[in-house]
Ligand binder design. Sequence first.
Ligand code: SF4
Ligand code: SF4
Length: 155
Amino acid sequence: MVEKPSLCQIPEYNVSCVGCCKVDAYDSREELIEAIRKNTTEYRALMDMNPAIEQKEKFFDMGANIDRDSGLCSLLIYLDEAETRVGCAAHPNIHGVDYRIKFNLCNTPYECKHSKKFSNLSGSKRKLILQRLQKEYKGDWIRLSIDMEEERIKL
Ligand code: SF4
Ligand code: SF4
């Protein structure tokens, strides 16, 4: 079965959305960025040690998803060194296993109405939308995520 394209992560167009992961938890961009840096540091500190699968699983099973006081998910991390993309540390694209499902970490099947609509469009229409989002947001994943979550984006 061919997987339908979701709108969440499309690096070729600089689109990185995490509107589902409570990015509106902070009042300021700086606080949000610092919290994600902290998540990323904690996550990488364990993964860089090349842990055995059991340790990895323990990380996801033992409170890795406990919300900070703000409500921001602790599994939200930077996906690249340049801090241009953010995403879920438990996503199957990273580990080959969907730890969100395995450890019941969040509402994984959820997909927002924009992403659903996007996935059902033709390739040429999807391309036009991506070009528009790239031009309008210029890689600003915070603004894109909040606009997506608050349904301010028209597809
Ligand atoms: S708000 Fe939509 S596009 Fe953004 S992460 Fe959630 S499902 Fe994906
Ligand atoms: S587990 Fe992953 S997808 Fe779910 S809220 Fe946390 S970062 Fe987002």
